[in-house]
Design a protein around this ligand. Structure first.
Ligand code: XLS
Ligand code: CA
Ligand code: CA
Length: 439
């Protein structure tokens, strides 16, 4: 097999004083934290689309990335070379998982039958390489947004023929995900949204999306696919109004159509910030509702209003994310997928590794800090103290369902001396800094 990253060594942990760019400073995969290794906690995943398929193009210019696996005209040869490069990269980074869209791994043919045949051939090769390298598929998904046929959407298109095509594509993507032992299947509504209500039947589109998801659930049962189904919220881009805006919107949608028992969420950092939330907010909301499924870890740029998908290097956000994950008891069947790409000007193949190392180190250190925070319990104690009034007297009655408007009025009329206490936000933020600085 060709070595695509010949200049890059196997990346090892060298500790925080290392000056070696091609070494981990914080991610020590076998280090045990709270009874689990870092490797088990973090389930790092390579995103096939950003790492192998993307080329660095933007609306103003063509691709810039060096892609030594992409120098053939035969697209199937390219697909195989790309897959070999993918496994070499995962292996050198010590990453156990990958995730893909159907069209990332195999090209489209002249019709659906040929496209499916291409996919089958590549999936067979993928299975072989998974065995050789001992790698696992975190999730599969269908790219039902890139091809011009999806210009009006896939499961929310105005065109019933396109709807049928999208169903056939998702059916096949589920089959190949099952074939490769995928632990999850993701639905990201790429073009499921709209631009103007002047041409949109909002109710029909949402009903059709629910019907589509129900058909997917039924088919999974039929073929015995036991992976977790995940919906990935995003508020905008490519459409102005994406139906799966954020965790709260998706939850309401699922409950409305009786689909909530079948789906959890795949939450992405950059999508959270585009929706005007923090990543921590979205993850916490999913956690308390029992729908935290998996994570797409990256970061946006606060000065740019679009989905920049950068490698996560912000330790503050990483710490607060891992704090939620630990409070959830881990990420379960999900994982931490780097839905991240290097900048257009970081076009050398080595940059791919440097991006992953930066992200893996940041999350690893975030995990360490968050674990310490939970172990010492200062923040949990502060929260408990803040809500103490609900542990006794009238507060306890409220929580136990023993109060009603009349009893509360009676209480308020006789206890009008209300005293509030400071929320101590600045103190808590300073304490958080202390954890970060000291680790
Ligand atoms: C795009 C999404 C996409 C999903 C998978 O913004 O992040 O990559 O994760 O379709
Ligand atoms: Ca994503
Ligand atoms: Ca994104």
């Amino acid at each position: 097999m060709v070595e695509y990253f010949a200049n890059v060594p196997y990346i090892k942990y060298e500790g925080k004083n290392s000056k070696n760019d091609f070494a981990f400073k914080y991610y020590n995969l076998d280090e045990v934290i709270g009874g689990k290794t870092m490797r088990e906690h973090l389930k790092f995943t390579m995103s096939y689309w950003h790492t192998l398929a993307a080329n660095g193009s933007d609306p103003f210019g063509v691709g810039t990335y060096q892609k030594p696996w992409d120098n053939e005209t035969d697209q199937m040869k390219v697909a195989k070379a790309k897959m070999e490069a993918a496994f070499e990269l995962m292996d050198k980074l010590g990453m156990d998982y990958f995730a893909f869209h159907d069209r990332d791994i195999a090209p489209e043919g002249k019709d659906l039958a040929e496209t499916n045949a291409f996919l089958d051939e590549i999936v067979a090769y993928c299975k072989e390489l998974m065995k050789t390298y001992n790698k696992k598929l975190l999730w599969g998904t269908a790219n039902a947004f890139g091809n011009p046929r999806y210009v009006h959407g896939a499961a929310t298109t105005c065109n019933a023929y396109v709807y049928a095509y999208a169903a056939a594509q998702v059916k096949k993507a589920m089959e190949v995900t099952k074939e490769l032992g995928g632990e999850n299947y993701v639905f990201w509504g790429g073009r499921e949204g709209y631009e103007t209500l002047l041409n949109t039947d909002l109710k029909l589109e949402q009903d059709n999306l629910a019907r589509f998801l129900q058909m997917a659930v039924d088919y999974a049962h039929k073929i015995g696919f036991t992976g977790q189904f995940l919906i990935e919220p995003k508020p905008k881009e490519p459409t102005k109004h994406q139906y799966d805006f954020d965790v709260a919107t998706v939850l309401a949608f699922l409950r409305n159509y009786g689909l909530d028992k079948y789906f959890k969420m795949n939450i992405e950092a950059n999508h959270a910030t585009l929706a005007g939330h923090t990543f921590q907010h979205e993850v916490a909301l999913a956690r308390i509702n029992g729908v935290l499924g998996s994570l797409d870890i990256n970061q946006g740029d606060p000065n740019l209003g679009w989905d920049t998908d950068q490698f996560p290097t912000n330790i503050y956000d990483a710490t607060l994310l891992m704090y939620e994950v630990l409070k959830n008891g881990g990420i379960g069947q999900g994982g931490l997928n780097f839905d991240a790409k290097v900048r257009r000007a970081s076009f050398e193949v080595e940059d791919l590794f440097l991006g992953y190392i930066a992200g893996m180190d940041t999350l690893a250190q975030g995990l360490r800090i968050a674990y310490k925070m939970l172990e010492e319990g200062e923040f949990e104690a502060a929260v408990a103290e803040r809500y103490k009034s609900f542990t006794e007297g009238i507060g306890k009655d409220i929580l136990e369902g023993k109060a009603d408007f009349e009893s509360l009025e009676k209480y308020a009329l006789t206890n009008s001396l209300i005293k509030n206490k400071s929320g101590r936000q600045e103190l808590l933020e300073a304490k958080l800094n202390q954890y970060i600085f000291n680790e």
